[in-house]
Design a protein around this ligand. Structure first.
Ligand code: URA
Length: 444
């Protein structure tokens, strides 16, 4: 077999413009060869682009998921002897989407065991691992033994793909991030599900985002992705539910790596951040039902609310930080204070009701240092934005809309004009404010 022939087959030609279905052997040749270092980035990038344009059949998507899953070790949670299913959640990615961070300790406080394997910043969206690593000392590359021990002690653990676990996704994810090949239903499905099945979860709650700040721009495309993921999981013997949720405007008031850790702590302390908590409770309710800790979604939601109100979720969050090597006392002191020295303010250009568009905010965030422009780039833990005004607020010319923190002085040249264009002004509140946060749920 030759990689170039497989690329040509997927790319198609004037006779077969949509390319052909690849066999499991051909996919294994490409992906396995890439992981072993036998096939170069540029050929995989070309194949990814042909998948982006031509898609994959359901069988191809399932095969790719299996190949990625078995590209390394899988986690065996049986030593934990958990009588109930292990449950995890995954988001397809958004701006200000920090939901995994409060959600895991909340549902763990309800008694659900959560083995969570997350990703890094991708395209214009943030990454849970980059956020966690902004906590001094926090370790995300856990060994199997560490992962299991931490779940045993605090009900949840957060890790990322390592050289051992789903190495194929670690490599493909980074390459897709910088080659414009993120927004593909089969590639997203295989990326998310290979990680999720490898980590040992029995059930999965998926937050499938739609809107300008999501990879799937319309509810219809998001539904296609949700159905693809739910059906692929079913074929692998896993239960799942996918919530279609709106990502037109950033979630919460803080966007950035440390800033989202900060907002998580504030939410767990009971701060009123309505969109973040509504989504957290909606997803948490499903996780409690899957984990046999609630009979109904209403009961699950009540339990999650109680875990925040009685402080048990915050205690578990700090316990997890400590168990994963993070410096809790330093973190507590940094809340509300740790900021990049490079700062600007975005002020209102005119009077009116504002709407802040998520996609442009995410792109600006990326150039500030929240995400990456090249695979070998480091993110800046202190870069990001604090929204003093959010979509639907009425502003007067000159009001500060957001505080903007960058990795250096130069990055503002690119970021500030984009942020300016992310804000629109109107005489009446924008109609997108009526889009429901949770549009519908798809179950397997
Ligand atoms: N999250 C992932 O883990 N992978 C994707 O491809 C998109 C979002």
């Amino acid at each position: 077999m030759r990689a170039v022939d497989i690329i040509l087959k997927k790319r198609g030609n004037s006779l077969n413009t949509s390319g052909a279905e690849l066999s499991k052997e051909e996919l294994e040749f490409l992906v396995g060869g890439y992981v072993r270092g036998e096939i170069p980035d540029y050929q995989i990038a070309a194949w990814l682009m042909s998948v982006y344009f031509n898609g994959m059949s359901f069988a191809e998507t399932g095969n790719l998921t299996e190949i990625m899953l078995h590209s390394g070790e899988t986690i065996d949670l049986s030593s934990l002897k958990n009588p109930n299913p292990f449950v995890d959640k995954h988001s397809t990615g958004g701006v200000g989407d920090k939901i995994s961070l409060p959600l895991a300790p909340i549902v763990a406080a309800c008694g659900v065991s959560v083995p969570m394997m997350s990703g890094r910043a991708l395209g214009h969206t943030g990454g849970t691992l980059d956020k966690l690593e902004s906590i001094d000392g926090y370790k995300v590359g856990l060994s199997q033994t560490e992962f299991c021990n931490i779940i045993k002690q605090c009900g949840y653990a957060m890790t990322g793909q390592t050289k051992q676990i789903v190495p194929a996704d670690r490599l493909l994810y980074a390459l897709r991030d910088v080659t414009g090949t993120v927004e593909s239903i089969p590639l997203i499905t295989a990326s998310i599900l290979s990680k999720k099945v490898a980590e040992g979860s029995d059930c999965l709650v998926l937050d499938v985002k739609y809107g300008n700040g999501a990879f799937m721009k319309t509810p219809e495309l998001a539904e296609d992705l949700a159905v693809c993921m739910v059906n692929t999981l079913k074929s692998m013997g896993k239960k799942s539910a996918a919530l279609l949720t709106c990502m037109d405007t950033p979630l919460g008031r803080k966007i950035g790596n440390f800033l989202e850790i900060e907002e998580t702590v504030e939410c767990l302390q009971g701060a009123d951040v309505p969109d973040v908590m509504e989504l957290t409770y909606s997803l948490g309710a499903h996780m409690c039902v899957f984990g046999n800790k609630a009979r109904t979604l209403e009961e699950g939601r009540e339990k999650c609310i109680k875990a925040v109100n009685n402080g048990s979720a915050l205690d578990l969050f700090y316990k997890n930080v400590e168990l994963q090597g993070g410096n809790v006392s330093k973190l507590e002191k940094e809340i509300g204070k740790r900021r990049s020295p490079h700062k600007r303010e975005l002020v209102a250009e005119k009077d009116g009701y504002i709407y802040i568009e998520a996609y442009k905010t995410g792109v600006a965030g990326c150039s500030l240092g929240v995400g990456r422009n090249r695979t070998d780039e480091d993110v800046c833990p202190d870069a990001g934005m604090i929204l003093r005004k959010i979509s639907g607020d009425k502003v007067c010319k000159g009001d500060v809309i957001m505080e903007v923190y960058g990795k250096d002085e130069k990055c503002f040249d690119f970021a500030m004009p984009i942020l300016n264009s992310a804000v629109t002004y109107s005489d009446t509140p924008d109609s997108r404010l009526h889009n429901p946060l949770v549009l519908k749920t798809i179950t397997g």
